[in-house]
Design a protein around this ligand. Structure first.
Ligand SMILES: C[S@@+](CC[C@H](N)C(=O)[O-])C[C@H]1O[C@@H](n2cnc3c(N)ncnc32)[C@H](O)[C@@H]1O
Length: 399
C-alpha cells in the first residue's frame, strides 16, 4: 500500500508504517531541518512544503495515487501543553482534511492530542471528510499498550471511503497488549530504580519508576539532575537514579538506535522527538490497517445484535443462524462494513465465491446483512433520541 505522510517531521510515523510493510512514496513538512533529518534517515521522498498551499500541493498528491494519507497536523494550539485557544495551526487540520477530500485515497489516518476532538478545527475537518465519503473509527490509544515505554494518550482517527463508523474499533483495541510497556523494557537493563525526567514546570514530579511506563515524552526531558534538587513526596523512591539522555528519549519514542540526528541542533532534535508519533504505535496501527485491507480481519459482531434480534421475536437458534450468516457475508466482503446497505449487498453480489452459492444461501446472507445494517442504524438513533429528549426536558425546565 502506498503512503503519503503530511506534517512528517523527523519521520516517526513513516518509520512505523514502513516497518509494517507499507511503501512511503512522499512526505511533506514546512520545517527544513526536519525534512533534512527525514531525508537522511527515512528516504529522499521528503520535501519542504507549506501545506496551507492546497492549490499547489493537491495536484502533486493526486498524481501519486496514494492508498492512504497519514499525518498529525500540528497540535500546540489545542494541546493541554500549549495555549488553549485555536489559532492558525488548528487551521492546518482543516487544510489536511481538504487535501484528503481532493485526493480521496481509500484510507486516512490522523493522529493528534485527545482534546482535538472537542476543537472547532476537528469539527470542520470531520464535515469535510464526511462529505468526501469517509466513515471513521475514532479511538484514544495509549502508546504504552502498543509497544512504547511511555504513557502517551493520542487521538487516532482512521477513515475509509464508504465505510460505516466504528469499522476498525475492535481491531485497534484488540492490538493492545494486556500490560503497559515499562521504561526498562523499552530502554534495556542498566537503568537505575528511578529515572530523572526534567519537567516543564518546577514543582512537578521529577523521579519516575523505571519499572513503569515513563511519562509522555516532551522536549525538555533530557537534562542533568540540578545540584540543588531535593526529592519531594511526589517523586518515586529508589536507591539509584538514571538521568534520561537524548538517546534514551529518542528510544522511548521508538526511533532506531542508529538514527542520525547530526544534521540538526539539540533544541531542534528535542522538538522533533517530542513531536513524533511513537514508531511502535504507528507500526501497530499500520498493521491493523494492512490486515483489514487484505481481508484478514473483520469487525466483531456485537453481542447487542442478538439482544436486538430477540426483541424482534426471533428464537435462539434463528439468532445463531443470523449471526453465522452475517459473519460469513462479512468475510466474503473482505471484512468491509459499508455504510450504505444497498452498496454492501451489491458488493457482496459481485464476489465470485458468493455467486457460486445456492440461491437460498445467497438470500439468507443478504437478509443477515440487511438485519445487521438495520440494527446499526437503530443503535445510532438511540443516542440521538436521548439527546432530543434531554433537550426538550431542558427547554421545559427553562420555561
Ligand atoms: C506533530 S509534528 C509531526 C510529527 C510526525 N508525524 C512524526 O511522527 O515524526 C507536526 C509537524 O507539522 C509541521 N508543520 C507545521 N506547520 C506546517 C505547515 N504549514 N505546512 C507543513 N508542515 C507544517 C511541523 O514542522 C511539524 O514537523
Amino acid at each position: 500500500m502506498r503512503v503519503v505522510e503530511l506534517f512528517s517531521g523527523a519521520g516517526g510515523m513513516s518509520i512505523g508504517f514502513r516497518q509494517a510493510g507499507f511503501e512511503i512514496v512522499h512526505a511533506l513538512d514546512a520545517w527544513p531541518e526536519a525534512v533534512e533529518v527525514y531525508r537522511r534517515n527515512v528516504g529522499k521522498h521528503a520535501w519542504v512544503s507549506d501545506l496551507k498551499d492546497i492549490a499547489n500541493v493537491a495536484p502533486v498528491l493526486f498524481g501519486l495515487r496514494p492508498d492512504i494519507i497519514v499525518g498529525g497536523p500540528p497540535c500546540q494550539d489545542y494541546s493541554t501543553a500549549g495555549r488553549r485557544q485555536e489559532g492558525e495551526r488548528a487551521d492546518l487540520t482543516a487544510a489536511y482534511a481538504m487535501l484528503i477530500a481532493i485526493v480521496r485515497p481509500q484510507w486516512l489516518l490522523m493522529e493528534n492530542v485527545p482534546r482535538t476532538l472537542k476543537s472547532k478545527a476537528w469539527g470542520q475537518a470531520e464535515a469535510i471528510l464526511r462529505n468526501a465519503g469517509y466513515g471513521f473509527t475514532v479511538a484514544k490509544l495509549d502508546a504504552a499498550y502498543y509497544g512504547t515505554g511511555q504513557t502517551r494518550e493520542r487521538l487516532i482517527v482512521v477513515g475509509r471511503l464508504c465505510e460505516d463508523d466504528g469499522f476498525l474499533t475492535d481491531a485497534l483495541v484488540g492490538a493492545a497488549s494486556s500490560e503497559p510497556m515499562t521504561a526498562r523494557e523499552a530502554l534495556g537493563e542498566g537503568l537505575g530504580d528511578t529515572l530523572y525526567v526534567h519537567p516543564r514546570h518546577m514543582f512537578k514530579k521529577r523521579l519516575w519508576s523505571a519499572d513503569k511506563p515513563a511519562p509522555t515524552v516532551r522536549s525538555t526531558y533530557a537534562r542533568r539532575v540540578p545540584p540543588d534538587f531535593v526529592p519531594t513526596e511526589k517523586d518515586a523512591v529508589g536507591d539509584t537514579v538514571t538521568e534520561l539522555t537524548r538517546d534514551h528519549v529518542s528510544a522511548l519514542q521508538g526511533f532506531p538506535p542508529d538514527f542520525d540526528w547530526s544534521s540538526c541542533g539539540l533544541e531542534d532534535r528535542d522538538q522533533m522527538v517530542a513531536n513524533a508519533v511513537p514508531v511502535p504505535l504507528a507500526r501497530a496501527i499500520a498493521s491493523v490497517i494492512l490486515r483489514r485491507q487484505r481481508g484478514e480481519t473483520q469487525p466483531l459482531l456485537e453481542k447487542a445484535f442478538s439482544v436486538w434480534l430477540r426483541g424482534r421475536g426471533h428464537a435462539p437458534s434463528t439468532i445463531d443462524d443470523f449471526r453465522t450468516k452475517a459473519n460469513r457475508a462479512r468475510r466474503l466482503l473482505g471484512g468491509r462494513l459499508l455504510a450504505d446497505t444497498a452498496l454492501e449487498i451489491a458488493q457482496l453480489e459481485g464476489v465470485p465465491e458468493f455467486q457460486e452459492l445456492p440461491s437460498k444461501t445467497q438470500s439468507a446472507l443478504r437478509v443477515a446483512l440487511r438485519l445487521h445494517a438495520e440494527f446499526r442504524h437503530e443503535q445510532r438513533q438511540v443516542p440521538l433520541k436521548k439527546a432530543a429528549k434531554a433537550r426538550k426536558t431542558n427547554i421545559k425546565k427553562a420555561a
